[in-house]
Design a protein around this ligand. Sequence first.
Ligand SMILES: C[S@@+](CC[C@H](N)C(=O)[O-])C[C@H]1O[C@@H](n2cnc3c(N)ncnc32)[C@H](O)[C@@H]1O
Length: 428
Amino acid sequence: MSQSIIYNNDITQTIKNTVYNDKYDFLNQSYSSLYPNLHRYPATMLPQIGLELLRDFNAKKTNLLDPYCGSGSSFISGLEYGITNFIGFDLNPLAVMISNAKLTTIHKNTLYEAKNLIFEELNNTNKISPNNNILSRITNIDFWINKDAQNKLLKLYHSIINTCKILNNNSLNNILLLVFSETLREVSYTRNNEFKLFRMKNYETYKPDVIAIFTNKLNEIYGKYINYYYPKLIENKIEYHIYNSFFDNKKYNLHKVDTILTSPPYGDSKTTVAYGQFSTFINEWLGMEQARKLDSNLMGGKKSKILYNSGLIREYIEAIKDISLNRALEISSFYFDLENSINNLVNIVNKNGKVFYVVGNRRVKNIELPTDKFIAEKFVQNSFIHLTTIKRKILNKTMPVRNSPTNQTGILSNTMNYEYIVVCEKIH
Ligand SMILES: C[S@@+](CC[C@H](N)C(=O)[O-])C[C@H]1O[C@@H](n2cnc3c(N)ncnc32)[C@H](O)[C@@H]1O
């Protein structure tokens, strides 16, 4: 049954039931079936989903905004669909770097010239003092990276920066620093198959060949960029701006948009996906202050002092409160932040503009929270109609699908085997 809600001036709007559509499962496809990712990132959205949505709902080929752009998958969907103007926001500097790299147009001759120069610059190694203060930006660096690797990383980094200066090309930075970031992660003692920072067992015996790893990463990322991204980027003049910030229309005075396509976080970073922790090394290396606090600055990261107690989510938060007031306050914070974000976004959408939110309904204390309905409700309260919510199976998502919703060690349950795509349209 559809659910009706009444808002301020007595107009009853309808939130529709979810509709399962296997077309959106993309069961046999991975990220790389369309555009291989240039850098790892947690909980990425398959660009195929966005592309299908833009086609199915006949989105305008004008512009696209993603307020939680992460590694920029929504921009890739838009690019493939024929959109040429993109605006993105993300609080994570690494996310901004990856998104920028995917939209930057750099000729392959420039890339190869840069590659040669980096290795030439590396030979001028004695210019760089091993005490360079960049290394001290990484908290407890000796715990994570051996001394030899630290010095080689420093030399590589300076070679990259010098190369960009010599070629007078700042856009190059976007791609070269991704190569550097992947290298930094790989040469560290971090377990590579985890998003959180855990030191590997037997780390003392890990003696990575930094330059060889960098060279492999460079060839891999260049190959992906040149073969997949570059040909698409030169078809049209692409305009884009990715802000390292939360969405704030007042501050940035943006033009209105016809499409929002996004996959927001499913919950606070601490108990769902730790984007900040995943990105710590490169964010610290590049000088981000308080990089280790990033997760608590993301949506829902600061515990609320009051419970969220309106709309359809209220009864779920009440039920969690009966089990744990603390968890109910944490969850409340996420919904306050999500609501604020939607309230800020609605005015930037043109009449008949469409919004697409790809979300998961997480389970807390064994209660499934209907975040998809919450999102539909908030848009409906703000001059939108709810067109549909599509349900899709998730098998490919790079994120934990099993965790401990009770927060008790050993008790596991499936938290998210489906994802929901909320589609709304602005009506006035
Ligand atoms: C699910 S991920 C987006 C993934 C993206 N669709 C992709 O394919 O890479 C959510 C993103 O929201 C960002 N984020 C969380 N809270 C935010 C906030 N308040 N403002 C801006 N970005 C935020 C996180 O850093 C993360 O990159």
